[in-house]
Design a protein around this ligand. Structure first.
Ligand SMILES: Cc1cc2nc3c(=O)[nH]c(=O)nc-3n(C[C@H](O)[C@H](O)[C@H](O)COP(=O)(O)OP(=O)(O)OC[C@H]3O[C@@H](n4cnc5c(N)ncnc54)[C@H](O)[C@@H]3O)c2cc1C
Length: 370
């Protein structure tokens, strides 16, 4: 009896976007027999950016991709998550080891360090920097892609890993899916000083301010406000907190500022064009699940392509496996954003009484491997 031909044998795959999701896909597909090309709009690998918090299921994803050691070498292990009111009075706290029951450590790192490890993990796959798709035209079982550098090609699969404002989504799916969350965020970096290895957030009225170290010398801060209040800038956010937030912000440099967006689509594929990561299912960062979901997308995609004889069958199975988990994260994230946005008088009473239990419940569904 002849063995079934795996879906990837000799197939041509274009990955659009060399970010967290795209590079994880490249890594996960390594050795499966496909010819992989990557296009990335940025002219060169990222060296800037801010910090990123990686809960244990993200670290498990890195482990399954064979990249745990490469990332943990420069990351900070985070043992506790502390939620406080605007003056810093603790509402509840969670031990990350108890939360994740030994699945993996929870860590924080610089985004450039994470992307560097993923880029090394991509090996000798060709990345065309400074390039973006201009047209994507499905043609039977294949898809024709024209790039803005004048090149074009035909592929058996195009993976759109190009973020919340995905060009692949616009070209292949139309203008569907993107929604403003109603929040605006700032990401900042500052010298670490004596900051403990703890993730801590202060919740004010319609604002939050988050801090965690990302290396021996650097601390990351994140602040968000309702988009209606964003015009007042970072000063408007700072004014809603007491000491030490104003001093902390004064010592920091803004690495990024912008509205927070969500993506939600009825289907993640159109023929042989698939969206992964934020292009398919961006959320606000309230649960810090963006990288974890991107890694899991890559691992599940590789698994279904390894075991399935045709790309359409593989994409169907991919969506059946990923959708319940991703939608749960999106729903929980919205619920948590809603709780954060409650009037502090009600929110703080609720979180003091039930915050730790709710926090555990939010992540429980993510203990099982994807
Ligand atoms: C303020 C904020 C804080 C966050 N904090 C965390 C956190 O602590 N932990 C966490 O897990 N997640 C966090 N997230 C979410 C996380 O950043 C994303 O989920 C993650 O980066 C998704 O990766 P991605 O590769 O899908 O998209 P992106 O990181 O956006 O990468 C997309 C890549 O595609 C490229 N690209 C874009 N357009 C094109 C094009 N037309 N052609 C070619 N290339 C293109 C981009 O240059 C980029 O390299 C945060 C998000 C925000 C907004």
């Amino acid at each position: 009896m002849s063995a079934r031909r795996p879906a990837l044998d000799g197939r041509r795959i274009l990955v659009v976007g060399a970010g967290v999701a795209g590079l994880a896909v490249v890594r996960a597909l390594h050795g499966l027999g496909a010819q992989i090309e990557v296009v990335e709009r940025a002219p060169a690998p990222a060296t800037g950016g801010a910090g990123i918090f990686l809960p244990a299921n993200a670290v498990r994803g890195l482990r399954l991709l064979g990249l745990e050691d490469a990332v943990l070498g420069s990351a900070v292990r985070i043992g506790r998550q502390v939620v406080a009111d605007h003056r810093g009075r603790v509402l509840y706290q969670v031990s990350t080891d108890t939360l994740w029951q030994g699945i993996a450590p929870t860590v924080a790192t610089h985004r450039a360090a994470l992307l560097g490890a993923l880029l090394d993990g991509a090996g000798d796959v060709k990345i065309r920097w400074g390039t973006s798709p201009e047209s994507i035209v499905p043609d039977g079982p294949e898809v024709g892609v024209a790039l803005d550098d004048g090149a074009s090609g035909r592929y058996d699969l195009v993976v759109g890993a190009d973020g919340a404002h995905s060009t692949v989504r616009r070209l292949a799916f139309g203008d569907a899916g993107l929604r403003h969350s109603g929040l605006h965020a700032w990401r900042l970096l500052a010298p670490r000083g004596d900051t403990e290895p703890v993730w801590s957030v202060r919740l004010g009225r319609g604002v939050s301010f988050l801090t965690f170290p990302i290396g021996p010398d650097l601390v990351y801060h994140y602040g968000d406000v309702h988009a209606d209040d964003a015009a007042a800038g970072l000063d408007g956010l700072v004014a809603r907190f007491g000491a030490p937030v104003p001093e902390v912000v004064a010592a920091a440099t803004v690495a990024h500022s912008g509205p927070l967006e969500e993506v939600s689509l009825a289907s993640w594929s159109r023929g042989p064009v698939l969206l992964v990561g934020d292009a398919a299912h961006a959320t606000t960062p309230n649960m810090a699940q963006g990288a974890a979901m991107a890694f899991e997308d890559a691992l599940v995609l590789a698994d279904v392509l390894r075991r399935t004889a045709s790309i359409p069958d593989a994409l169907r199975e991919y969506e059946e496996r990923r959708r319940p988990r991703v939608e749960r994260v999106q729903q929980q994230t919205r619920r948590r954003d809603g709780t954060r946005g409650l009037h502090p008088a009600a929110r703080d009473v609720l979180l003091r009484a039930a915050g730790e239990r709710l926090f555990h419940a939010n992540y429980r569904g993510l203990h099982a491997a994807p």
